[in-house]
Design a binder for this molecule. Structure first.
Ligand code: 5GP
Ligand code: MN
Length: 347
């Protein structure tokens, strides 16, 4: 199970955790199930070990994760900046989960970097920048939560994984694999699932809470986006949805309401990639998903200074929604070379 993990490095991490008391667990901006699952999963483990851990996140996590034990204890930088800064200042160790570069933390990045604590990276994104003292970067893994589980096993703390820790970790695996439908080819993942179920995790509850429960307004927003705002680009086998602030307001948009929307166009036969642009208060948030190995991470990196995984990526654009849309449309043809030559048209 733990054969993929560098055991020497895992032991080094164990030694350093044993020496530390105050440990901050932190993640990327707009945290998702994997970011919250991995930080809370470690939080429960460290509490079990008698440490004083704190989860600090850049901004508010979505409410579909509020069922997770410990959710209310999370320190949110946009709401309680002083508490967050103090936690980093006092930390013996800072564990950075599910992001590969400080800029993914927005305003929290400098606070994190200023911490005197030893820094550890636990992440599954490509090409991490060198900002930590110990790095566990495994881009082939389904999720940071999968990596955290393997790391815990490699450190010899499987026995200390309690139900709350297991629930948090399975949540990240389930959200990042969309309930075992993407990035889940490795048979070991099902071994991990089995071990988490043995801890008593309620998988059905996780799926219901984290993936399939939503407000009526968000369901209507998705229906509107698909019926009124979906653009199909036949030659590019691409799909685009844009939602302006005014449209979001019309449907009483709340954080997390458009989660999953970007995947919907991929249900259409022949569509290889899908891009969703949302006009947030501070930027245009770009989300991209694909199939058949089409590198949406390249589009996000080249056009929007973002990144992510080959088939699931994102970025931020500073300008108008229309400009953001235009840049994509003007550049789409350059990515046709990545389309596998299938004759199938979009039907
Ligand atoms: P999502 O579309 O769910 O926001 O993100 C999909 C993937 O792309 C995640 O792995 C996420 O970490 C990455 N991602 C999203 N937004 C950004 C961004 O602004 N910059 C970078 N580098 N990665 C992003
Ligand atoms: Mn992740």
């Amino acid at each position: 199970m733990d054969k993929l993990i560098d055991t020497k490095k895992a032991k080094e991490l164990r030694r350093n955790i044993e020496r530390s008391d105050k440990i901050v667990l932190t993640c990327h901006v707009r945290p998702d199930g994997d970011a919250i699952g991995s930080t809370l999963g470690l939080w429960h483990l460290l509490k079990e070990l008698g440490k004083q851990p704190t989860v600090i996140v850049p901004d508010k996590p979505p409410m579909n994760l509020s069922f997770l034990p410990g959710f209310k204890e999370i320190g949110i930088n946009t709401l309680h900046p002083q508490f967050c800064e103090k936690s980093f200042e006092e930390a013996d160790m800072v564990i950075c989960c599910d992001f590969n570069t400080p800029s993914r933390q927005d305003n929290l990045a400098q606070v994190m970097l200023n911490s005197p604590g030893m820094k550890v990276l636990i992440d599954h994104h490509q090409e991490p920048s060198a900002f930590t003292d110990i790095e566990f970067s495994y881009p082939d893994m389904s999720s940071t939560c999968e990596l955290v589980f393997r790391l815990i096993a490699a450190m010899g703390w499987y026995g200390e994984v309690n139900l709350d820790c297991a629930t948090s970790l399975l949540t990240g695996i389930i959200t990042d694999t969309r309930n075992f439908s993407v990035n889940c080819k490795n048979p070991d993942l099902y071994d991990i699932l089995m071990r988490l179920l043995e801890k008593g995790v309620d998988k059905e509850k996780i799926i219901k809470e984290a993936l399939t429960t939503r407000s009526l307004a968000s369901l209507k927003l998705e229906a509107y986006a698909i019926s009124e705002k979906l653009e199909i680009f036949q030659r590019n086998k691409g799909a685009l949805i844009t939602l302006s602030k005014e449209e979001l307001d019309r449907f009483n948009y709340e954080k997390g309401d458009t989660e999953g929307l970007v995947n919907r166009p991929l249900e259409v036969k022949g569509i290889v990639y899908s891009i969703f642009m949302r006009e947030d208060a501070d930027c245009i948030k770009v989300s991209a998903r694909s199939c058949n190995g089409f590198p949406v991470s390249e589009i996000c990196k080249n056009l929007y200074g973002g990144g992510g995984h080959l088939q699931a990526a994102g970025g931020e654009f500073h300008g108008s929604l229309e400009e953001c849309r235009k840049i994509l449309i003007e550049n789409m043809d350059a990515y046709n070379k990545y389309l596998r030559s299938t004759k199938s048209s979009i039907v």
